[in-house]
Design a binder for this molecule. Structure first.
Ligand SMILES: Nc1nc2c(ncn2[C@@H]2O[C@H](COP(=O)(O)OP(=O)(O)OP(=O)(O)O)[C@@H](O)[C@H]2O)c(=O)[nH]1
Ligand SMILES: [Mg+2]
Ligand SMILES: [Mg+2]
Length: 307
């Protein structure tokens, strides 16, 4: 079949010219769906490990948190942020990471499938490449780790901040539950069912109390990376928090002014040169955003000059 087609192509090419053959097949392009992300909205690409419950068991990840696994996730995400200067900020917990693109970003003409697949494949490639650095004594075997991804558009800074807050609240709730659950099992000698029953219906204060009274664990003293997750962003210089609400000022008042090509290029260069930091901070309160006004600035060019 392939030989027949090749022969036909060769003979047709001789008689009609290559461009005519191309023209005959080109109509298939129209089957491609338009998947442009809504303009002027903040784009969040969230990736999540596929079947990580099994993967964690296979490689004996420590319960409830394995520092090597978290450090590997952060290293892969930092590499993604470094490679893609269009990313404003990223937030990660457990086997997931959210990457935020500025509302004015025009990467791949905002084509969803190109943006998502680039993030997922770059992240996965780094995750596998860096694995031996964090799991020296446990070589990877098939099936290899993989991730899925999706893009969601958020129209306002408030929506975006609520999204980020949602992920960080999730981190806090899950970590407090898991820390208490595994303390009851590993330190308290309960089986999984007993621990689950004891925790049914408990509030955060009850879990804090169980941890402290039974195991002398003060949850507040747990490592920040576990309580808050990880945030990755470009750092220019720390500024004193403004007295006004930067998030509101940044977005709701004025529409972004289109940048000139040279301005766009010089901002891109500055972003490429900036330090990429991994930190474990509260991103729910205003303080984090007020100290770093360039993250949510309505004008992408409002990047402080490097000092
Ligand atoms: N032991 C251990 N497990 C972890 C750690 N980080 C993540 N996990 C596990 O990874 C899983 C992540 O949850 P999900 O993403 O909802 O589940 P999943 O198994 O990956 O399933 P899909 O995402 O639907 O493919 C949970 O079961 C976590 O317990 C870790 O540091 N230690
Ligand atoms: Mg998962
Ligand atoms: Mg997950």
């Amino acid at each position: 079949m392939i030989i027949v087609l090749n022969l036909w192509l060769a003979s047709s090419a001789n008689t009609k010219g290559k461009w005519q053959i191309q023209g005959r097949f080109e109509y298939v392009k129209h089957f491609e769906q338009v998947d442009i992300l809504l303009p002027n909205t903040w784009v969040v690409v969230r990736i999540d490990g596929r079947g990580f419950t099994k993967l964690c068991a296979k490689y004996n990840f420590e319960k409830p948190n394995d520092r090597r696994a978290l450090d590997l996730m952060n290293a892969a995400a930092k590499a993604v942020v470094t490679e893609l200067p269009d990313i404003t900020i990223a937030y990660g917990v457990s086997d997931e990471y959210s990457f935020v693109f500025h509302k004015t970003c025009n990467l791949f003409e905002r084509r969803s499938s190109k943006i998502v697949s680039t993030i997922v494949s770059t992240f996965t490639a780094y995750y596998i490449f860096l694995w031996p650095t964090y799991f020296q004594d446990q070589p990877l075997s098939l099936p290899l780790p993989s991730f899925d991804g999706r893009a969601v558009c958020y129209p306002s800074v408030q929506n975006l901040r609520d999204y980020m807050s949602w992920r960080q609240v999730d981190c806090h709730i899950n970590n407090l539950y898991n820390t208490t659950f595994w303390s009851l099992v590993q330190l308290g000698g309960m089986d999984a069912k007993e621990a689950e029953n004891l925790l049914k219906g408990t509030l955060a204060a009850d879990k804090n109390e169980i941890l402290f009274s039974k195991f002398q664990i003060n949850y507040n003293n747990e490592p920040e990376i576990l309580k808050k997750g990880s945030v990755i962003y470009r750092d220019y210089e720390l500024v004193e928090p403004d007295s006004h609400d930067v998030a509101k000022e940044a977005d709701e008042l004025a529409e972004p002014v289109p940048q000139s090509k040279t301005q766009h290029e010089s901002d891109r260069k500055r972003r490429t040169k900036a330090r990429v930091l991994v930190d474990h901070l509260d991103i729910i309160k205003d303080d984090f955003w007020q100290r770093r006004p360039w993250l949510l600035s309505n004008k992408p060019g409002k990047i402080p000059k490097q000092t």
